[in-house]
Design a protein around this ligand. Structure first.
Ligand SMILES: [Zn+2]
Length: 198
């Protein structure tokens, strides 16, 4: 798991991997994001990376394995995570737009409070992933297994969940606008607190 090295500016945030300061206090956050992207490009497995608060535009993260990495509060625009294999990674309060997670294998990830728009998670294994409090707009989850994932208090609009495995998926207090859910086992999902308390 990534280690917490406090930012040298004393702000209490975590320093970026390979730096002694956080993205907010870095005078060259753009260069730091490029450095991290270059590092990822050169590795098959990325472990314990801290890239909190950085902005990534059109970066190829595909086909790689990520273990114990944090991208909290980071921004991703047109990034490719397809065929990636991720374990225990954090995208809390991140902003993801036009990103591709197709055919990925995601377990124990957290997107809590994140904003995910115009992106795709099709044909993926999404197990124990937390989308709690997410704003999800224009996202396609079709043909994916979402086993035991949680969308508690998420706001979903213009989103498609077709032919998905929703076993034990927690949909408590979600807000839906123009969400297509079909050919999925919604009867095996959790819709109310009473179902948990049984
Ligand atoms: Zn700082």
């Amino acid at each position: 798991m990534f280690t917490f090295i406090p930012c040298a500016a004393g702000c209490g945030r975590s320093a970026i991997t390979g730096s002694n300061i956080c993205a907010v206090h870095s005078a060259e956050a753009e260069a730091e994001a490029k450095r991290i992207a270059l590092y990822i490009a050169g590795e098959e497995t990325i472990t314990d990376l801290n890239a909190e608060g950085l902005r990534f535009d059109e970066v190829d993260f595909s086909g790689r394995r990520f273990d114990g990495c944090t991208f909290q509060n980071a921004s991703f625009y047109r990034c490719n995570f397809s065929s990636s294999f991720m374990r225990v990674c954090f995208f809390d309060f991140a902003n993801l737009s036009e990103c591709n997670f197709e055919k990925s294998n995601l377990t124990f990830l957290s997107f809590a409070g994140a904003s995910i728009s115009n992106s795709t998670f099709r044909y993926s294994e999404i197990c124990n992933v937390n989308y709690g409090g997410c704003v999800i707009s224009g996202v396609v989850f079709d043909h994916s297994k979402l086993y035991n994932s949680r969308f508690i208090r998420a706001n979903l609009e213009d989103t498609s969940i077709i032919d998905c495995d929703l076993k034990q998926v927690n949909l408590i207090k979600i807000c839906k606008t123009n969400v297509i859910i079909k050919s999925s086992n919604t009867n095996e999902a959790i819709h109310t607190m009473e179902q948990i308390q049984k």
